[in-house]
Design a protein around this ligand. Structure first.
Ligand code: NAP
Length: 508
């Protein structure tokens, strides 16, 4: 069978993950690659999510690739469209546009052991071959509609935040929002400005802090583009987060005992902030701060104070009818528009990965993970799925920092492994079973008995914990991830050429 490939590397996804990987490959002198993107534009999550109020809750100076400053941002925490513009600038600066194939959905990938190639099937039935595949698929990728009976029967307008309809006129309508996560708390204040009446259905309240946001003037923007200033600020933020994380990690098993005090302190803060007993009772979580990704807003609480125009409903939703939302107290809340701010399928069976990936011996990765637990060596690779790297979307990869830190670390891992394979003349590299199992065990051991898996986080419905009851994130600092992804020992991979083992051809 032919050993000729369409591309040396196929990158699936042209969001931050795919773009960061492409830049790494370029820098390593690898130019035979393409990025496949299912949308008709680049940017991934920032291309898909364009609901009113969308912004990032990480400062631009840290929510940007380390190689390129985020200039022209209007605020400390830039709005979504400015992030999209930044992504477009990065792609042009690195000349990546000709490498991107838009409207190209990957349906599946199959490892061909006889040629040491991946065969990637596209939505139109075509097949591409590549020596290496990088899945930069995002984690907030597949919108989740609420699993509420009757959701299909609503006769008015239904919209999910990740597929916002900008042509629809929301003004003067009776709007309901289901969900009170990080997305909802950005959207709700904006909808309250235009709705005739806004009804928010909250199942689980969220911990949030005030957002120290401010307008950027050109001077601040110019200062941020001076490399030493930018690096110093990025370094300070990264170190600050990591120091906090070291504290949390060192006291992992003690946190469950401390958590109730944190919850009490948070509740006291909410009381002061809200100055409304009814609202603070409804809006205060019972789980501990930190169980879910914390959020920030200056407007969310204020919105609920407009009680004549905004209702906060905490009664359980029973079903959705043709006319609206019915709650357990028997009330049917009539509405014109149903907004589902109900999040995404994260690390769920059938959605991680989002297409079928048949590795060695034809085993499908999602099936394997379902049976054996969701793990990946350094959050990037899985034994039995050679020449495949996951960037920013693997199990045990997200560290509680900027996602771009994780993405750049994972992309550096893929680059290092591919470069080494080329150096050795290897056509196949597979993480060893021992290295894969050891990393999985390390993650499991470190999180056992932690706050996320014990009583303080009960009822938080956090996606930090997957449906199998294991922590889905990486229980280390970002610095540990940086080191692990850039300095993993080459003995953790088995390098093979089409004529046999080559792992001792060159010593790394
Ligand atoms: P999410 O955090 O998963 O929140 C979904 C919300 O919908 C929750 O309040 C959930 O309630 C509710 N919900 C889901 N199904 C429901 C049902 N059947 N009945 C009632 N309520 C239901 O999703 P998200 O708000 O879209 O945020 C996802 C992630 O996006 C965030 O964690 C964050 O990582 C990212 N994000 C980041 C930013 C940023 O500024 N960086 C902004 C927005 C989003 P339960 O909690 O009870 O499940």
């Amino acid at each position: 069978m032919s050993n000729k490939t369409d591309y040396e590397v196929l990158i699936v996804g042209a969001g931050f993950g795919g773009i960061a990987t492409a830049i790494e490959l370029r820098e390593a002198g690898i130019h035979d690659f393409a990025l496949l993107e299912k949308h008709d534009g680049i940017g991934g999550t920032w291309y898909a999510n364009r609901y009113p109020g969308i912004a990032v809750d990480i400062p631009a100076v840290f929510y940007s690739l380390s190689r390129m400053p985020f200039t022209n941002s209007s605020r400390f925490f830039p709005p979504g469209h400015e992030i999209q513009q930044y992504i477009e600038r990065v792609v042009d600066a690195y000349g990546l546009r000709p490498r991107i194939r838009l409207n190209t959905r990957v349906e599946g990938a199959r490892w061909d052991e006889s040629t040491h190639l991946w065969r990637v099937t596209l939505g139109d039935g075509a097949e591409l071959t590549a020596r290496f595949v990088v899945g930069a698929l995002g984690i907030l990728e597949v919108p989740k509609l609420p699993d509420i009976p009757g959701v299909e029967s609503f006769a008015g307008k239904t919209v999910h935040t990740a597929t916002w309809d900008h042509d629809f006129d929301y003004s003067g309508k009776r709007i309901a929002v289901i969900g009170t996560g990080a997305t909802a708390l950005q959207l709700i204040p904006e909808l309250a400005k235009v709705a005739r009446h806004l009804t928010v259905f909250q199942r689980t309240p969220i911990w949030l802090a005030p957002k120290p946001d401010f307008d950027f003037n050109p001077l601040v923007d110019a200062a941020m583009s001076i490399p030493p200033v930018r690096k110093a600020i990025r370094g300070a933020i990264a170190t600050g987060i990591d120091v906090g994380l070291i504290g949390a990690l060192l006291s992992m098993r003690r946190l469950p005992r401390v958590a109730p005090y944190l919850t009490k302190a948070g509740a006291a803060m909410y009381k002061l902030w809200l100055r409304d007993d009814e609202l603070s009772e409804k809006l205060t979580p019972t789980y501990a701060p930190g169980c879910k990704r914390p959020s920030m807003s200056n407007e969310y609480f204020w919105t609920f104070k407009q009680k004549d125009r905004v209702s906060l409903i905490t009664e359980k939703i029973v079903d959705i009818t043709e006319r609206g939302v019915r709650t357990a107290d028997g009330v049917e809340h009539e509405i014109d528009v149903l907004v589902c701010a109900t999040g995404f399928r994260v690390c769920e069976r059938g959605f991680a990965p989002v297409f079928t990936v048949h590795g060695e011996n034809g085993v499908e990765l999602g099936d394997y993970w379902h049976e054996h637990g969701y793990h990946a060596y350094q959050g990037v690779s899985a034994h039995g799925w050679p020449n495949l790297f996951l960037v920013g979307c693997g199990p045990n990869t997200i560290v509680p920092s900027s996602i771009l830190v994780t993405i750049e670390n994972n992309a550096a891992h893929a680059r290092r492994a591919i470069v080494e394979a080329r150096k050795r003349g290897a056509t196949k590299l597979d993480v060893t079973k021992r290295a894969y199992d050891d990393f999985a065990e390390f993650c499991l051991n470190r999180t056992e008995g932690s706050m996320w898996l014990t009583a303080p986080c009960a009822g938080s419905n956090t996606y930090y914990v997957n449906y199998q009851g294991e922590l889905a994130i990486r229980p280390t600092t970002a610095m540990n991830q940086w080191w692990g992804n850039r300095h993993f020992p080459f003995r953790d991979y088995e390098f093979t050429g089409r004529i046999g083992a080559v792992d001792r051809m060159t010593v790394g």
